[in-house]
Design a protein around this ligand. Structure first.
Ligand SMILES: [Zn+2]
Ligand SMILES: [Zn+2]
Ligand SMILES: [Zn+2]
Ligand SMILES: [Zn+2]
Ligand SMILES: [Zn+2]
Length: 468
């Protein structure tokens, strides 16, 4: 079995969905036939990963300045000024200057704040200077950095000692930190891997969309996107995930589609945030231009109606077209004729019989039998007769129920024993060990086994099947 087929089976097992070798082959054949030109384009990227069928980016997202933590840290600083014994006039000047330096909740305060800072703080400050630098100068001017308090040190049992500490440094560091946006490293994946389409709304995510395989109203859309010539999945995972990306929870995900100079960016999940969209769009635009070997120049159609004019949905496609509801944004590569259209989606193919189907809330048609492939022997059997255990389906020949405790067992977990009546029984490891071990009440069986005679003392029901 090739690795794509194995990976496809694995997703079907994870979601307990019916499938046959023919159905999976039909889906993968459609993917291969239609997606190959796009795969070949992306393969030119220096960050292409053949195993993952994706371009992998390391990048950082910035988190905005949190107003509450700025307010809290500023409050602490004013308390310190109070404790340091500033008189009322100085205290109100200090507070006015500090308020002005932080009023924009920005790393660099607006130029309009500087006059207030200069007048009340009696310090120099220039346009473009960081707020943290201005605040430090202000605090030094008012002597807060020199203010000391007594602190008693020593563990229980020690003789307590009194030391002098300056609380300013720690308070200033917290305030300065809160005025700097945080950079969060992430891994971004621009993928055409069939399983990334199947898992575009993975059950491991903290969010879900209508394309989720477990219950999504448009889950067949995963197949429609998978089988077309243009769609790609862009998703982000934690920075420490470096392989098997489709197993990882997706922090964000969105569909991009590209062909002949037209790039669609669809809705971003879970939050369709403009700043983040812009960041991801930039990454994908740059990657496509790099693969094409052309300058990274794009004309972005920022009005939804303008973008929609470039898009159409393939007939009988079953995906939910977010881009038709103001979420789509089209970029035109420099020089692209404006009469082109990008056709998104394809017919979804039943995972059991491989024929086109039209049920958006299923991966299979409504007429053929629901079947599964046994993970152990590979035979295709009815889903109703199959047993699901250890994250996979098995046929009844490949699993057994322990005759003693009733638990389901398969493969090396199945142990055979002989009953008193000479019948072969299947037992789990635990029951087999305890049922065929030495009797606690007499030694007859042990002795008989040594001389290879009958295996049963009056107390036992089962004997090791292979000892005969
Ligand atoms: Zn079918
Ligand atoms: Zn089997
Ligand atoms: Zn058992
Ligand atoms: Zn006994
Ligand atoms: Zn005996």
């Amino acid at each position: 079995m090739d690795s794509l087929t194995a990976a496809f089976y694995d997703v079907m097992y994870q979601y307990r969905l019916p499938f046959s070798p023919e159905g999976v082959a039909a889906n993968l054949t459609a993917w291969r036939e239609n997606k190959t030109p796009l795969v070949e384009l992306l393969r030119r990227h220096p960050n292409w990963n053949e195993q993952e069928l994706a371009v992998v980016f390391d990048f950082a997202e910035s988190r905005e300045i949190d107003h509450n933590s700025v307010d809290e840290n500023k409050f602490e600083m004013i308390m310190l000024a109070h404790d340091a014994g500033l008189d009322d006039i100085k205290l109100s000047d200090f507070q006015a200057a500090l308020d002005a330096a932080t009023a924009d909740y920005a790393t660099i305060p607006d130029a309009s704040r500087l006059e207030t800072i200069r007048t009340h703080g009696r310090i120099k400050c220039a346009e473009g200077q960081k707020a943290s630098r201005i605040i430090n100068r202000l605090c030094v001017k008012f002597g807060l950095d020199q203010y000391q308090i007594e602190r008693i040190q020593g563990e229980h049992g020690d003789d307590p000692t009194t030391v002098m500490v300056k609380p300013y440094n720690a308070i200033f560091a917290r305030l300065a930190d809160s005025l700097d946006p945080v950079r969060i490293p992430k891994t971004g994946i621009l993928s055409v891997h069939p399983c990334d389409f199947l898992e575009m709304s993975s059950q491991k995510n903290s969010w879900q969309s209508c394309h989720r395989l477990n219950g999504g109203g448009y889950r067949a859309g995963c197949q429609s996107y998978m089988g077309d010539a243009v769609s790609m999945i862009f998703f982000t995972v934690d920075d420490d995930v470096k392989a098997d990306f489709y197993h990882a929870p997706r922090l964000t995900r969105q569909i991009f589609a590209y062909k002949d100079g037209l790039l669609l960016q669809s809705r971003l999940y879970p939050n369709n945030d403009d700043e983040t969209r812009k960041l991801y769009r930039g990454l994908v635009q740059n990657a496509i231009a790099q693969c094409l070997g052309v300058p990274n120049l794009w004309n972005v159609k920022s009005k939804p109606d303008e973008s929609r004019a470039f898009l159409e949905t393939a007939e009988h496609s079953l995906h939910y077209p977010d881009y038709e509801y103001s979420y789509g944004l089209v970029s035109l590569l420099n020089g692209t004729p404006t009469d082109r259209k990008l056709t998104i989606g394809s017919q979804s193919l039943c995972t059991c019989c491989g024929q086109p189907h039209n049920d958006s809330s299923s991966l299979k048609c409504g007429t053929c039998e629901s079947v599964i492939v046994c993970k152990e022997c590979g035979s295709t059997v009815s889903r109703d007769s199959a047993h699901y255990m250890d994250d996979a389906f098995f046929c009844r020949d490949c699993v057994a129920q322990c005759e003693l405790c009733g638990s389901w067992i398969q493969g090396a977990e199945v142990h055979q024993a002989i009953s008193r009546s000479g019948r072969i029984v299947r037992l789990c490891e635990h029951c087999h060990t305890s049922a065929t071990g030495t009797c606690d009440l007499c030694s007859s069986r042990e002795i008989c086994q040594i001389i290879n005679a009958g295996r049963f003392c009056p107390h036992t029901e089962y004997a090791v099947a292979t000892a005969a």
